[in-house]
Design a protein around this ligand. Structure first.
Ligand SMILES: Nc1nc2c([nH]c(=O)n2[C@@H]2O[C@H](COP(=O)(O)OP(=O)(O)OP(=O)(O)O)[C@@H](O)[C@H]2O)c(=O)[nH]1
Ligand SMILES: [Mg+2]
Length: 314
C-alpha cells in the first residue's frame, strides 16, 4: 500500500436550476470515461481554495469563489491513496468549457446516480442527495403514544431517515407501532428502516437495517432495488460484506464512548477515516455523536451522524 496521500480538491458548481456540473475524464488519463466533479491535485504550498480556483480556471476557464466544504473522502485505490476534498462553489465568472477536451454535463442532483463515477465520488453524491442525520429510535418502553409523539417531534425537527428498533416488543404491538411510525414518516417524506427480520420490514413496506451479525447471514442483497438497505459495521470485514450485498449506506462505530456502552472507548476519527478508505459505501458515524459533530464527521468522509439520544427528545 502506497503511503503518500494525494490531495485532490474538487468543486460542486450548481446553476440557477440546481443542476450540478460534471466533467468526463478523457481517454488518456486514469479512470477514463468516468464522470467527476471538476478539480485536481493540490500543489505544494497551495491552500485548497487556491488549488481549486486554479484547477477550475485551467479546466473550465472560469474564475470562482470557493465556498463551504461539503465532504472530504479518504480513498484507497489499487495504485494510490487520495483525499478528495469537495467544496461548494458559490459564484463564478465566465461560461464553463471543456478546455482540456473533456465533455461536460449539467446534471439534476437526483440524476447524479445515472453517471458512472470513481468510487470516492459515491460518498460525495450521498452527501448531496441524502440526510446528514440518521435517527435510531430508543425502545418504546410501555408508552407507545409518548414514543410516537417523540418520533413526530424528531420529524418536525427535520429528521428524514429513521431506524426503528423494537426489541422484545410482542408481534401485534410491534406491527401496529411499525405501521403508525411508517405513516408518520410518509407524511414528512422521511424514510424508515426496520432493524429486525427482513420479512417483517418488507411486509410493512419499510427499509431494512441489518445488525452487524445479520449482515453476514446474507450472500446477496435481501431486498429489491428501491427498498433501502443499511447495516451496522464495526470493522473492514463488515464494510466489505456490506459492499458485497449492496447496502445503500452503513453506520460505523462507535467513534466515541457512548452512554449505552460506558467504559468502551470509541475507535476515534483517525481509525474511522482509515476504514472509510477501504470502501465506497456512504457511512454515518455512530457512538456519542451530536449534531454539532457533523462538520467533523464530514471532514473524515462520513456523510453525517447516526444517534439515538442526541436526535430524540422524548
Ligand atoms: N477532479 C476529481 N478527481 C477525482 C474525483 N474523484 C476521484 O476519485 N478523483 C481522482 O483524484 C485524482 C485527481 O486527479 P486529476 O487527474 O483531476 O488531477 P489534475 O486535474 O491535477 O490532472 P493531472 O494530474 O492530469 O495534471 C485522480 O486520481 C482522480 O481519479 C473527482 O470527483 N474529481
Ligand atoms: Mg482534474
Amino acid at each position: 500500500m502506497s503511503e503518500r496521500v494525494i490531495e485532490v480538491v474538487a468543486g460542486v458548481i450548481t446553476d440557477k436550476r440546481g443542476r450540478i456540473l460534471l466533467s468526463r475524464r478523457t481517454p488518456n488519463r486514469d479512470m477514463p470515461g468516468l464522470w467527476e466533479f471538476p478539480g485536481g491535485k493540490r500543489e505544494a504550498g497551495e491552500t485548497p481554495e487556491a488549488a481549486l480556483a486554479r484547477e477550475l480556471d485551467e479546466e473550465l476557464g472560469i474564475r470562482v469563489t470557493v465556498g463551504a466544504p461539503l465532504i472530504t473522502v479518504p480513498q484507497q485505490y489499487p495504485s494510490k491513496r487520495l483525499r478528495l476534498d469537495v467544496r461548494h462553489v458559490v459564484h463564478w465568472d465566465g461560461v464553463p468549457r471543456g478546455r482540456e477536451g473533456q465533455a461536460l454535463a449539467w446534471v439534476a442532483s437526483d440524476k447524479l446516480g445515472r453517471y458512472s463515477m470513481p468510487p470516492a465520488d459515491l460518498p460525495v453524491v450521498a452527501a448531496l442527495q441524502t440526510p446528514d442525520r440518521y435517527l435510531v429510535t430508543p425502545p418504546p418502553g410501555d408508552d407507545d403514544a409518548a414514543w410516537l409523539h417523540a418520533l413526530d417531534d424528531a420529524l418536525r425537527a427535520g429528521i428524514r431517515r429513521v431506524q426503528v428498533r423494537l426489541p422484545g416488543v410482542p408481534d401485534d404491538r410491534r406491527r401496529t407501532l411499525l405501521q403508525q411510525a411508517l405513516a408518520r414518516c410518509h407524511r414528512r417524506d422521511a424514510r424508515l428502516l426496520f432493524n429486525g427480520a427482513v420479512e417483517i420490514a418488507l411486509a410493512a413496506g419499510a427499509g431494512v437495517h441489518l445488525t452487524s451479525t445479520a449482515l453476514h447471514d446474507h450472500a446477496d442483497r435481501p431486498v429489491p432495488a428501491g427498498t433501502l438497505l443499511a447495516a451496522s459495521c464495526h470493522d473492514a470485514r463488515d464494510l466489505a460484506q456490506a459492499t458485497r450485498i449492496g447496502c445503500d449506506f452503513v453506520v460505523l462505530g462507535p467513534v466515541a464512548e457512548t452512554d449505552s456502552h460506558p467504559g468502551q472507548p470509541g475507535i476515534g476519527w483517525t481509525a474511522f477515516a482509515q476504514l472509510r478508505e477501504t470502501c465506497a459505501v456512504p457511512i454515518y458515524a455512530i457512538g456519542g455523536m451530536m449534531p454539532n459533530d457533523i462538520p467533523e464527521a464530514r471532514r473524515h468522509g462520513a456523510q453525517g451522524i447516526a444517534a439515538i439520544r442526541s436526535l430524540w427528545s422524548g
